[in-house]
Design a protein around this ligand. Structure first.
Ligand code: EPU
Length: 433
C-alpha cells in the first residue's frame, strides 16, 4: 500500500492544469445508458472511481472504452441487464447514479444500496421518493433498491431533505424523467455546476429541460435520446485544493483551465482571509499572504462554500492569526481530518457540526492517516506547509479523486514522494465521493 512522504515548509510556485470534474464525469457516463448510438466523453479524469463505474456500465450491457487520447466511448449494446452488483457499487457511492437511467430507459433496475461512509450516513431516501413520485414501484430487498416502472409519468417533486437539495438525487431523478411521459418539475433541485453539466449533456442528447442551474427543473419527456460528444467541466474541487495548497504554503500558484465562476465562494473567502487572488477567463492565481486573518466558514449548497473544500480550508485556518469557526451544513460528521490535523500541531475542537480553531504559528510534520478523499487532500496541504516530514498513510483515498496529484505537486516545487509501505495494514475499499 502506498503512502506519501512530504517535506514541508516550501512555498509552492508555478502553474498547474485543472483536470476534468470527477463528480461531473460520473453521472454523465451513467447518462450514456439513456442514449441511442455512441457517446464520446472528453476530459474524464483518469481515476479509480471512473474505472469502477466503467466496470458497472459494462456489466449493464454497454461497450465502454478509453481511447489513447483519453476520450471515453460508450454505447449501449444490450438493454437486458438491470443489476448493479454490491461488489461494485460498494466501492463507490456515485455508481448509484445508474438507478435513474436504468429505470428511465429499461423500466427496471436492481441497484445495490451504497451504504454509509466515513463522512456520514448518506441515505438515499430522496432518490427513492423521487422515483416513486414518477410512478415507479420501489422496494428495498436484500440490500438492493429494486425499481419497476412499466410507465413513468411526469410529476411535481419536492426533492429536498433536512440538509437541503441532493446532488446525485437530482441527477437520478432528472435522468429518470427525461424519457417519462409528460412534464416533471423538480422543486429545490441541486444547482451545483456538476448537475448543470449533466443537464446540458442531456439537453444536447435531445432532452427538453428548462431551468438548468436553478432550483427548479422543468423536464418535458421525449421518446429517445441520441449519443453525443461532450467535454466535462473542469474540477472546481481539484482547482480549489491546489489554490489552497498555494495559499497555505504562502506560495504563488496559478491553476490553469479552470472555471473561476464555479469558485466564487472560495475566492471570496480567500480575499477575506488576506490571500491575494487574480482571476482570468480560465485561470486563478493566488499570491503569498502576509498572514491569515481569522474567518468563519459555513458549508452550503452551491453557490455557497462547498463541503468538498471544507477540510482543505480548515488546514489553512489552522494557521490563522486568531480564532475561526467552521460549520458543516451538508455532512455534520465530516470532521475526520480534525484529529489528524491536531497531530500535526493544530488546535481544533469539534463540537457537533462545528469546529473551533485556535490558529497556531506553524504545523509540524507527523505520521498521519488519510480517512476519506477530501480529508486526505487537507492532510497533503497541511503537510506541504508543515515544518519537517509528514508521512500520510492510506493514500488510496486520494487516488479516487485527484488525477496525477504527485506529478502536479512536483511541478509546483513540492517535495513529495509516493512510496510503497508494505507495513501499513487495514485498507478497505470505502465508499464515498
Ligand atoms: N441526503 C439525504 N437523503 C438523500 C440524499 C442525500 O438526506 O436521499 C443528504 C445527505 O446525507 C447530505 C445532503 O443530503 O447530508 C447532501 O447530499 P447529496 O445527495 O447532495 O450528496 P451526494 O450527491 O451523495 C455529491 C458529491 C459529494 C459532495 C456532495 C455535496 C458526487 C459523486 N458526490 O454527493 O462529493 O460532497 O454531493 O456537494 O457528486 C467528494 O467528491 O468528495 C464528495 C463526497
Amino acid at each position: 500500500m502506498d503512502k506519501f512522504v512530504i517535506d514541508g515548509a516550501r512555498p509552492l510556485a508555478g502553474e498547474v492544469h485543472c483536470s476534468g470534474s470527477k463528480n461531473s464525469a460520473l453521472p454523465i457516463l451513467a447518462a450514456a445508458l439513456l442514449c441511442d448510438g455512441e457517446s464520446v466523453i472528453s476530459g474524464v479524469p483518469r481515476l479509480r472511481d471512473v474505472d469502477s463505474l466503467l466496470a458497472i456500465l459494462r456489466e449493464l450491457g454497454m461497450s465502454a472504452e478509453r481511447r489513447a487520447d483519453g476520450d471515453i466511448l460508450l454505447k449501449v449494446e444490450d438493454l437486458e441487464p438491470v443489476t448493479a452488483r454490491y461488489e461494485l457499487v460498494s466501492t463507490m457511492r456515485a455508481s448509484f447514479c445508474v438507478l435513474g437511467p436504468l429505470v428511465g430507459r429499461r423500466r427496471r433496475a436492481r441497484v445495490s444500496l451504497p451504504g454509509g461512509c466515513v463522512i456520514g450516513v448518506r441515505p438515499v431516501d430522496l432518490h427513492i421518493r423521487g422515483l416513486r413520485a414518477l410512478g415507479a414501484e420501489v422496494r428495498v430487498e436484500n440490500g438492493y433498491v429494486v425499481a419497476e416502472a412499466p410507465r413513468l409519468r411526469g410529476a411535481k417533486i419536492f426533492l429536498s431533505g433536512q440538509f437541503g437539495p441532493t446532488v446525485t438525487g437530482t441527477a437520478n431523478i432528472l435522468m429518470a424523467a427525461v424519457l417519462a411521459d409528460g412534464r416533471t418539475i423538480i422543486e429545490n433541485a441541486a444547482c451545483e455546476p456538476e448537475v448543470q453539466d449533466l443537464g446540458n449533456f442531456l439537453a444536447a442528447a435531445g432532452a427538453r429541460i428548462a431551468g438548468i442551474g436553478t432550483h427548479r427543473l422543468v423536464i418535458d419527456g421525449v421518446k429517445s435520446l441520441r449519443g453525443v460528444t461532450w467535454r466535462v467541466i473542469p474540477d472546481r474541487i481539484e482547482a480549489g485544493t491546489f489554490l489552497l495548497a498555494g495559499a497555505i504554503t504562502r506560495g504563488a500558484v496559478t491553476v490553469r483551465d479552470c472555471e473561476p465562476d464555479h469558485l466564487s465562494a472560495l475566492l471570496a473567502a480567500l480575499t477575506e482571509i488576506g490571500v491575494p487572488t487574480e482571476v482570468g477567463a480560465d485561470f486563478i492565481r493566488t499570491g503569498p499572504a502576509d498572514g491569515f486573518r481569522p474567518y468563519h466558514l459555513t458549508t452550503l449548497p452551491y453557490p455557497g462554500f462547498p463541503t468538498d473544500l471544507q477540510a482543505q480550508m480548515m488546514a489553512l485556518l489552522a494557521l490563522a492569526d486568531g480564532i475561526c469557526a467552521v460549520t458543516e451544513r451538508i455532512y455534520p460528521d465530516r470532521f475526520m481530518h480534525v484529529a489528524e490535523l491536531n497531530r500535526m500541531g493544530a488546535d481544533i475542537r469539534k463540537e457537533g457540526a462545528n469546529a473551533l480553531i485556535h490558529g497556531v504559528e506553524h504545523l509540524s510534520g507527523a505520521p498521519v492517516m488519510a480517512s476519506d478523499l477530501r480529508a486526505s487532500a487537507a492532510l497533503v496541504n497541511a503537510a506541504l506547509a508543515a515544518r519537517g516530514r509528514t508521512e500520510i498513510g492510506r493514500v488510496y483515498h486520494i487516488d479516487r479523486g485527484y488525477e496525477k496529484i504527485v506529478e502536479k505537486l512536483l511541478g509546483l516545487g513540492a517535495a513529495i514522494e509516493r512510496v510503497d509501505d508494505k507495513k501499513l495494514v487495514g485498507a478497505t475499499a470505502d465508499s464515498e465521493g
